[in-house]
Design a binder for this molecule. Structure first.
Ligand code: G1P
Length: 290
């Protein structure tokens, strides 16, 4: 089975980024000049997915507009002969087939993923949390697809998180596995946002998942967990009772763009890498003499 569909939960309220997110989805905040969610959609496409499913909610209209054709803008750019910009704008709407499902209430990540059940059907699929922007020549999801293609089991992204910050994540209990340059492990258990003292390891769940469709039955059974929310981690715990699952320590640099400091760091690093902005921006930063 191949991973063709990528689900983006995007119905969250974005409270960590208020007031910017009062009237604008957090997924649309730009890193330099591209909305955060577009980085994720491009990663999914580069990893072989050809169908995008975005779980939206109230106030998320601009995400749909972003991936849709904008006739007025295109006509104006055409008339003014702004071909470069026209190309950029067209490439977004030409990108890929995007479907939307509404999550009427923000009941948690597990509930959001369950909303995609009808559209995903009976095949393996990817889930990407757009907040986690992962920068690497070979996309993190592509690396995981390679694991999936060999193992035909669910694969969850993992990263080492040292110290008390581990309590902000889902955390793995692991067992060794062969291959993939020591990056692969078997998942024995996992727990959402444990206390530091109770964390079973320093390996955190990061926002890239490849899941088998059995997850939907599991998600339909879960009860509210950490923070009173229906947690994807709790659904995956049930999945573990039915199927083998792997964790994979991806190669790449991850930015938590849902956090203000993480967002600033990502902005600086992405700007420095740009052909058009990198050099003058570097000069500017040097001149600050921090
Ligand atoms: C979510 C997941 C958590 C995971 C994290 C990664 O938490 O529930 O398991 O470790 O994403 O970014 P959130 O950041 O939505 O609280």
């Amino acid at each position: 089975m191949k991973v063709r569909k990528a689900v983006f939960p995007a119905a969250g309220l974005g409270t960590r980024f208020l007031p910017a997110t009062k009237a604008q989805p957090k997924e649309m905040l730009p890193l330099v000049d591209k909305p955060i969610i577009q980085y994720g959609v491009e990663e999914a496409m580069a990893s072989g997915c050809d169908q995008i499913i975005i779980i939206t909610g109230r106030g998320k209209q601009s995400i749909e507009d972003h991936f849709d054709v904008s006739y007025e803008l295109e006509t104006m750019l055409e008339q003014r002969k702004k071909t470069d910009l026209l190309h950029i704008v067209r490439s977004i709407s030409d990108m890929i087939h995007v479907a939307y499902v509404r999550q009427k209430e923000a009941l948690g990540l597990g509930h959001a993923v369950l909303m995609a059940r009808e559209l995903v059907g009976n095949e393996p699929f990817a889930v990407l949390l757009a907040d986690d922007v992962i920068d690497n020549p070979v996309p993190a999801l592509k690396q995981m697809v390679d694991v999936f293609n060999q193992k035909q089991c669910s694969v969850i992204a993992a990263q080492v998180v040292e110290g008390k910050m581990i309590s902000s994540y889902g955390v793995f209990e692991t067992a060794p596995a062969e291959g993939f340059n020591g990056r692969l492990f078997e998942i024995k258990n996992m727990v959402e946002k444990p206390k530091f003292e109770d964390a079973p390891s320093n390996l955190a769940v990061i926002g890239r998942y490849i899941l088998t469709p059995t997850i939907f039955d599991c998600l339909a059974e879960i009860k509210p967990g950490a923070g009173g929310e229906l947690q994807l981690t709790d659904g995956m715990r049930l999945l573990l009772k039915k199927e083998k699952m792997y964790g994979y320590i991806y190669e790449g640099r991850r930015h938590d763009t849902g956090d203000k400091l993480g967002f600033l760091k990502a902005t600086v690093e992405f700007a420095l890498k740009r052909d058009d902005l990198g050099a003058p921006f570097r000069e500017y930063l040097k001149a600050l003499k921090l």
